[in-house]
Design a protein around this ligand. Sequence first.
Ligand code: X8Z
Ligand code: ZN
Length: 580
Amino acid sequence: MGGNGGLSSGVGAFLQQAEARLLELGCEAQQADWLYATYINPDSEALAARTYARVIEATVELAKESTRFAADRTSPEETRKLSLLRLALPMIAPSDPAESRELTSLVASMQGAYARGRHVPIGSQDPADVQALSRILWTSRDPSVLEDAWSGWHRVGRGIRPGFTRYVELANRGARELGFADTGVMWRSKYDMPPEEFAAEVERLWGQVRPLYRSLHAYVRRRLATTYGADLVPVSGPIPAHLLGDMWAQSWEKVYPVLAPPGDGGHFDLTRALTDRHTPPEEMVRYAERFFTSLGLDPLPATFWERSMITRPRDREVVCHASAWSVDFAEDIRIKMCIEITAEDFHTVHHELGHNYYQRAYARQPYLFRDSAHDGFHEALGDTVALSVTPDYLTEIGLAPPGTKFADDVGLLLDRALQKVAFLPFGLAVDRWRWKVFSGEVGPADYNRTWWETRSEYQGVAPPVPRGEEEFDAGAKYHVPANVPYMRYFLAAILQFQFHRALAKQAGHTGPLHRASIYGSRAAGARLRAMMEMGQSHEWPDALEALTGERRMDAQGLLEYFAPLQQWLDEQNRGAPVGW
Ligand code: X8Z
Ligand code: ZN
């Protein structure tokens, strides 16, 4: 046997053992984390932290060991696996066991603090959680009620700040042991390109969509000023964050009724349609499952229905923020959600099943390839499918009775833009801020000021009341205490339109992109499946090409989708201030 073959089999055996060990520890950690997230108590918290620490310890050990294999002596597949070892986790702890336990305990306890957050709203006796407070943000048009719900929820950040500060320190120490300058650099290194190039790539994509966002922002600001008065909504400054119908001002569709194009009387209310027919939570999931099976994908396994958590249990504390799981990295897929019967959750169920269908499609890959091409792909999948929830689709499945009057195209597109275009700068701002925190450019003394500077810069929104450093408003957004990287959602918000455009073409759609639905298209489903089955085995441009024929992320699909709206917004905004 030649030297090359010998070394190569050395690396083969190493990877085989590494993957087996990580799979076993990974399953254990998933099981403990599932128990924790669906039954928060000190024991489940300790177990979740301990099992996660074990995964990190093993990953670090293996990643360090892997440096003994010279890259020129390994096959491309082996080389990719070796580099993925270092990037597999969103957090690396220092190798000191006490510090590693401290870090994973901190993350578990920050998540717990977030889940336990409560505020008694004005006019109520009962503590309300983030879902109930969010509902006030959607429905009330009374600025003082909105401000109270907003400030009340954001107080949760105060208790999260000390843990977060220490977490930044420890997670950075861990990332450095693996050769990254800090945790932010580690996050940016997961995109098959140098981390600096990724930061520039994100800015390029933002540049493509920024004019559309600014047009939308200007229109929304002017209409909100009509509702709330110029005292509250400045003519040319940032919009107060509590008036946009969402706790984080990240998607604005809840305020559609006050922004609707003049004369639009035909807005179909999906929430109303679902509640009128007393849709049970399980049926919400069935709607989404039927969409995926219409594409030729398999029905969900029986265990999905037995093991998922789809409503908030009455007797215990849980993490309600929606998520999708593959507990054994194979067939044991589940969702965890506190489903409410709303249009938003109808959409979120599609989002979560997108994760599950992706997880199941790549389950036959070797362990280290069981992930999406990049994390934006994972987040985009279900949203892509949900873009096909069009008036024609709703009519076809009987959720909208025949003859339902829908809003005209501008109305529909405005509603969609409030969900998707409004989201873009928020999706960007969260990690633009965290990257600076991890790099040390922003220290704890400036956390809150810079959080609002970043949000103001990208989103053009401002806090409703002055915020000092005793607050920690970033901590009031789930993904910050839970250590979930956020740039993935920005990428997904763009990719889903690129996917949708390619799949609509596969499905034989002609005409405007926003009317396309891929429901029932086996051809589109086959494309989707082929891409999902690749998992992380190839660099993401290969996966993108398999689905779309293109190798670059591109916002052109999004711009094409919203083109009629862009034109309409420009007409509406003529002569009015744009920007902040
Ligand atoms: O966190 C989520 C999903 C789970 S991955 C419900 N999303 C982001 C958020 O809620 O902030 C989906 C859209 C953005
Ligand atoms: Zn998701």
